[in-house]
Design a protein around this ligand. Structure first.
Ligand code: PGA
Length: 251
């Protein structure tokens, strides 16, 4: 069965002002209606999330968070809980992004965040990715561990998406991104791991996204040759036109 393609824009900390966030959300809301067949989700920084959710309230574009706390609300200074996010309009949350893991978030903490997201009825977009590719193929076992620790024994209906984001390919240009044939190999491996870790039909249903220097120049080739269901886009998602080009290429 053909899945609707999904393009998630991860604004990271690129957008800092409410007016900039408002203008971008508005531009995407106007244009996204004309792009059926592709789902578009946006992950603005925390303080901008409620305003972006408001702009997109009656549009098909969903809004979510770039991260969340591994704990429920309580004595956790500076933490943002899943329930808080839900109440300000988030519908999903990224968990385990490599830029968060680089701050010390380990596999167990990522699992705890994922469980918090699911408990609050947020879709969890689980990010996994190796730091480098070695001749011995050890990046496959690295990805397997990240997936298994996060997903082991989840209920079959848990709303999870996997975003494969090799760390070495993030924040560069389309020429330096992953090649479609390498992505396809990894997408097959991730699918196999999902089927083995979860119940078979759940493992087959989970969308797999690719992230890491997705730009309009490489979108089509990665989509057709890479065997993925969509993309997690960073730097190319923070201006309307380049992001819309990527969305169009997914139609
Ligand atoms: P990039 O970031 O598209 O700028 O490489 C992707 C990501 O880190 O989510």
């Amino acid at each position: 069965m053909a899945r609707k393609r999904l393009v998630v824009g991860n604004w990271k900390s690129y957008i800092e002002s409410p007016s900039e966030a408002h203008a971008l959300a508005l531009a995407l809301r106007r244009k996204a209606r004309a792009l059926p067949g592709v789902e578009v989700w946006l992950a603005p920084p925390y303080p901008l999330l409620p305003a972006v959710a408001e702009v997109l309230e009656s549009s098909p574009i969903k809004v979510g968070a770039q991260a969340l706390s591994a704990s429920p609300g309580g004595k956790h200074t500076g933490e943002v809980s899943a329930n808080m996010l839900k109440q300000v309009g988030a519908q999903f949350a990224l968990v385990g992004h490599s830029e968060r893991r680089a701050q010390g978030e380990g596999d167990e903490q990522v699992r705890a965040q994922l469980l918090q997201a699911l408990q609050a009825k947020l879709t969890a977009v689980l990010c996994v990715g190796e730091h480098e590719r070695l001749q011995d193929g050890s990046h496959f076992s690295f990805i397997e561990r990240q997936l298994v620790v996060a997903l082991d024994a989840l209920p079959p209906k848990a709303k999870v998406i996997v975003a494969y984001e090799p760390v070495w390919a993030i924040g560069k240009s389309a020429e330096e991104a992953m090649q479609p044939q390498d992505l396809e190999q990894m997408a097959i491996f991730i699918r196999k791991t999902l089927v083995e870790t979860l119940d078979r039909s759940a493992g087959l249903k989970i969308p797999i996204l690719y992230g890491g220097s997705v730009e309009s120049a490489n979108t089509h080739a990665l989509l057709i040759g890479g065997g993925v269901n969509g993309f997690l886009v960073g730097h190319a998602s923070v201006e309307a036109e380049p992001f819309l080009e990527i969305i169009k290429a997914c139609k």
